[in-house]
Ligand binder design. Sequence first.
Ligand SMILES: Cc1ncc(COP(=O)(O)O)c(C=O)c1O
Length: 393
Amino acid sequence: MAKNWKNRTKLVHSGTRRSQYGEVSEAIFLTQGFVYENAQAAEARFIEIGDDEFIYARYGNPTVRMFEERIAALEGAEDAFATASGMAAVNAALMSVLKAGDHVVSSRALFGSCLYILEDVLSRFGVDVSFVDGADLDQWRAAMRPDTRAVFLETVSNPTLEVIDLKAVCDIAHGVGALVIADNVFATPIYSSAIECGVDMVVYSTTKHVDGQGRCLGGVVLGCKELIRSTVEPFLKHTGGAMSPFNAWVMLKSLETLDLRVRAQTATAAATAKALAGHDKLHRMLYPHHPSHPQVDLARTQMEAGGTVLTIDIKGGKDAAFRFLNALQIFIISNNFADAKSIVTHPATTTHQRLSEEQRQQLGITPGLVRVSLGLEDPQDLIDDLLQALSRA
Ligand SMILES: Cc1ncc(COP(=O)(O)O)c(C=O)c1O
């Protein structure tokens, strides 16, 4: 691959493996296994596998490999391992590096399933987890211990869009020899600076922007070759979290349009943030690149643009939020985001329902909070839809 390609070229060509037929569109290798010429060849492949050789789709597959190489090229990471879902990627990143007796420091503002792994699962295996306010660097410093093995964070948190200072947290973590694992889905692979900032393992739910059209679940862990192939791959290939070749093909073809889609959706999100800021039916509107965001300077330094999602807090609590959701005519009510279709989500009663009332309060997930994911529809139609629904809230 040419090293000086810009992202849009990488997204169309990086990682391509053509079969003997010379197909234009990448092939989908919908096969679980691979045939060996003879018994000696099978033995040899199990002893040492070549770059263009495969054993079993749980370990790797040509279509999955194309996807991994293309997304790694975009992220500026040496390597990647694709997974069945975003949560399989989060789980694998953590489980592959941790053992009983280790300590983890994590930001508190996390997606419910990430919190489940950190709070419920890791403690059952003897891993001690300390939670900090991700925006407070003093809390990160104070939480580090000599046995801290990993730091986990969402670079932009779900759903309150709190931004974490990646460079500073990486410096603090690396100071005690801890690895930094960042769930970067809200920052998007297009605006990511995670690897430059020092993150050791970047994790995405590719269910979000990468597919971006509501079809497949997927995830990926990215990092240096050593971590991905010697630590993450053995864990994933023996525990079964691999991405299916069909989903990898959907994700691979989706990468071709990722830059165009994310930039268009981001432009709509920024215009929507401008239209909603200061609206008299709202307590607040949160969008990382809007001047009213408490961490706008950090967001502007760390992310090239503000992303495709904003959050609003509607006056009048749950009843008003539900009236707003039910009055929308273009936006659909769902719990995914970063889709071509604009989506609204009420986190307190859906994605973050399993949190206690106290946890929700601590994270600012109020009864009136609505996450708004901007799609590919006409921007003015979307703004008009939000404004008419707000007038009925
Ligand atoms: C921040 C974050 N991480 C991980 C996930 C999990 O992704 P998946 O649904 O692909 O498992 C989500 C899903 O909403 C998310 O918001």
